[in-house]
Design a protein around this ligand. Structure first.
Ligand code: MD6
Ligand code: FE
Length: 224
């Protein structure tokens, strides 16, 4: 996993990151790990998953197409349509199960979660967001999961984006952070139900991802 070897050099020492050393605590429950992902490996993995479960623009419950294109892997995939937001074992576009979460992603998620103070994280759902230039995510809470004591591990690839988090209320003052390719965010504890948003992705070109930003969120959607 390491792209900057120093960052994770000692991560095989059990417990070393139990206090989130190495990650940066942006707020209670929000841990940022900069430049820790193998970008090429992740982008290759996304391409493999998208071959089986192509990116698609889902409809909001209100009937508008989302600007972000989505796919999933794992036992459960997050979907949205006229019936609402929920997790589904089947890809509604194909009627088949979602592809499996790559083992390397699960290993990274476990290591990042453990390093951020969540040693028991076992994701069963992985949403992949694809942002073209101008796409954005309006303020929302992630609340379709069964157990809010479980964190979310969020990985950013490709074009950078401004991520804004508010607090327990949508109208709370936003704190913004730039998420670059290779960055990981672990989102849990007091922040687990904070409202957050992604500002419209700015024009640009990433050497490996072109004019796209990808975000991978691994979650525990069902009870353990
Ligand atoms: C994104 N991320 O970065 C959207 N949700 O494209 C999220 O909505 C998100 O990064 C929950 C936890 C972490 C996240
Ligand atoms: Fe979210």
């Amino acid at each position: 996993m390491p792209r900057r070897p120093g960052r994770y050099a000692s991560s095989s020492v059990a417990g070393l990151f139990a206090d989130a050393a190495g990650g940066e605590a942006l707020a209670s429950g929000i841990h940022l790990w900069r430049g820790v992902l193998d970008e090429r490996a992740y982008l290759d993995g996304i391409a493999v998953i998208a071959a089986a479960a192509p990116f698609r623009s889902m409809m909001t419950p209100g009937g508008r197409p989302m600007s972000v294109a989505m796919s999933n892997c794992g036992a459960l995939g997050w979907i949205s349509d006229a019936a609402g937001y929920r997790y589904s074992t089947l890809d509604p576009a194909s009627g088949r199960p979602w592809p499996a979460i790559p083992e390397a992603w699960l290993a990274d998620a476990a290591r990042l979660a453990t390093g951020s103070g969540y040693p028991d994280f076992r994701p069963d759902a992985c949403l992949i967001n694809r942002y073209a230039v101008g796409a954005r995510m309006t303020a929302h809470q992630d609340r379709n999961e069964a157990d809010f004591s479980q964190p979310i591990v969020s990985l950013s690839l490709g074009l950078p984006a401004t991520f804004a988090f508010h607090g327990p209320s949508r109208t709370g003052r936003a704190t913004t952070v730039e998420l670059a390719s290779g960055d990981a965010l672990v989102w849990g504890g007091e922040a687990r139900l904070f409202y957050h948003a992604v500002r419209p992705v700015r024009a640009g070109s990433h050497p490996l991802a072109g004019a796209f930003r990808y975000n991978i969120t691994m979650r525990r959607a069902a009870h353990q």
